[in-house]
Design a binder for this molecule. Structure first.
Ligand SMILES: CC(C)(COP(=O)(O)OP(=O)(O)OC[C@H]1O[C@@H](n2cnc3c(N)ncnc32)[C@H](O)[C@@H]1OP(=O)(O)O)[C@@H](O)C(=O)NCCC(=O)NCCS
Length: 156
């Protein structure tokens, strides 16, 4: 296979991004996203592409406050996992966070070992600001959320 290309997502990538995210949401590993939720926030997304399959990796950085953003919708095609694709996409998101002058990035995840490798540490969800709960109350898992909250300081 040719080397992967990494770049900022474009509106035309939306269906391919959705296909990857919703593959994992069907397994209960990620939250599902709609076409509108992705295309309207397409500037948040970075992607990895191959010749064979349009989008083989995706990660989004969603700003939730003046110094805080959330990593969302992180996914790598099953056949390409364990080759550094997720790490590269996360580095792109952290670079975006740095360029925006953000202090911290957080995620809600089941993939704690992956995020620990990237320097994230576990925190109590209640330590995350109210703004997040504005999103969480709209989630189907709100009353029974078992995802782990993890935070990383952005290199200044
Ligand atoms: C989580 C996910 C994005 C990781 O992507 P990936 O490309 O396989 O990860 P990488 O190859 O970049 O791994 C980076 C490091 O994390 C480690 N790692 C990755 N997944 C891991 C796991 N499940 N358990 C333990 N370590 C893991 C790797 O071994 C690697 O360590 P190293 O740098 O010391 O070699 C991918 O497994 C995935 O898409 N999972 C399904 C969807 C999902 O759960 N998304 C997360 C939503 S928050």
């Amino acid at each position: 296979m040719n080397p992967l290309v990494y770049r900022r997502a474009r509106p035309a990538d939306t269906r391919s991004i959705l296909s990857l995210i919703n593959h994992y949401s069907a397994k209960g590993l990620m939250l599902p996203r709609s076409f509108a939720q992705v295309v309207e926030k397409i500037r948040d997304f970075n992607v990895a592409l191959s010749n064979d399959s349009p989008v083989v990796g995706v990660a989004a950085l969603h700003v939730v406050g003046e110094d805080l953003a959330e990593v969302r919708s992180l996914a790598v095609e099953e056949g390409l996992q364990g080759r550094g694709v997720g790490r590269k996409l996360m580095e792109m998101c952290l670079s975006d966070a740095h360029q925006m002058g953000l202090a911290r990035v957080f995620t809600l995840t089941y993939q704690t070992q992956f995020f620990e490798k990237l320097g994230f540490t576990r925190v109590e969800k209640l330590t995350l600001p109210q703004k997040i709960w504005g999103d969480c109350v709209h989630c189907a898992k709100f009353s029974d959320c078992d995802e782990i909250a993890m935070v990383k300081a952005v290199d200044r």
